[in-house]
Design a protein around this ligand. Sequence first.
Ligand SMILES: C[S@@+](CC[C@H](N)C(=O)[O-])C[C@H]1O[C@@H](n2cnc3c(N)ncnc32)[C@H](O)[C@@H]1O
Length: 319
Amino acid sequence: MTHAGNNFSKKKPRSPTANSSGSETSPPIHTPVLLDEAVHLLAPVDGGIYVDGTLGLGGHTEKILQSCTPSGRVIGFEWDDNALELATKRLTPFGRRYSAQHRSYSEIMDGLNEMGIHRVDGLLLDLGVSSLQFDNATRGFSFQADGPLDMRMDRRRHPSAEEIINNFSKDDLADIFYYFGEERQARRIASHIVAERGKERIKTTSHLAHIIAGAIPRKFHPRKIHVATKVFQALRIAVNKELDNLTTVLNFITEILKPGGRICIITFHSLEDRLVKWKFKDNPLLHVLTKKPVTPSNEEIKMNPRARSAKLRAAFMKG
Ligand SMILES: C[S@@+](CC[C@H](N)C(=O)[O-])C[C@H]1O[C@@H](n2cnc3c(N)ncnc32)[C@H](O)[C@@H]1O
């Protein structure tokens, strides 16, 4: 399975062939993005305690655990129950060096406190959607396959995308599309949605994509991406409170890291990347390790097209 970023292109994702344990027959694995680069910058050492705030299918965690033998530990945070279960299965061979919590990484401080841990040697965030989520039509992340309008990574939470689309005011919808999707036609799309939902509840990804396509005059349809890309990105960010969660962790980062401890963040769109860049720069206790963001090689993008918008930034806590 490959990584799902946010710049959904018209290209179909590569069809993967192996599962998380590497066997050929089962569902495909998520290919971790910038794996070597992220783990190199995190620099795990024996005895260290690391947090993977976006465990996903455990690809980055596995490599961190391999790099801090024999006694380094990783604590994973993942709020998608399905991903958590698969990652935990995959990481069982690491025994007590791996543990995980079913909660948002924005609650890292509480999660660590409950374990009697106050500071850690490193934190990794690999933001965005995993392919496990994106490629499953029933999760409602993609307009490329019809499914229920859901988009919740944590299905215990509300509102879902359907609840936002059908209940939020026209102005609130337009703001979401404009601020989280940088969609210039935000107001026009919001008006069409409100008119359409007056006739019939909007419940599916294809229904929403159809309304968006109809709202934007043909001459304004983007050439390189699907016409619904930006609205879908915006909705996903709103449903999962992605920028709020990132802001929370960046505000508390110097209370989470030990002196010398490192933070590495992989982002998939400019809103997140800008936030990370400025929060790193503005924090006098952080020393930035990446003057410019690390991006995937052409070879990685060729193997995993969904990596193409990834940017990795890293910093360490001054001692
Ligand atoms: C891109 S995937 C991570 C893939 C992982 N690095 C791997 O190698 O398999 C992002 C994961 O982060 C999870 N996630 C996103 N926001 C989260 C949050 N606030 N708290 C916990 N997990 C989150 C998603 O559910 C998804 O499984």
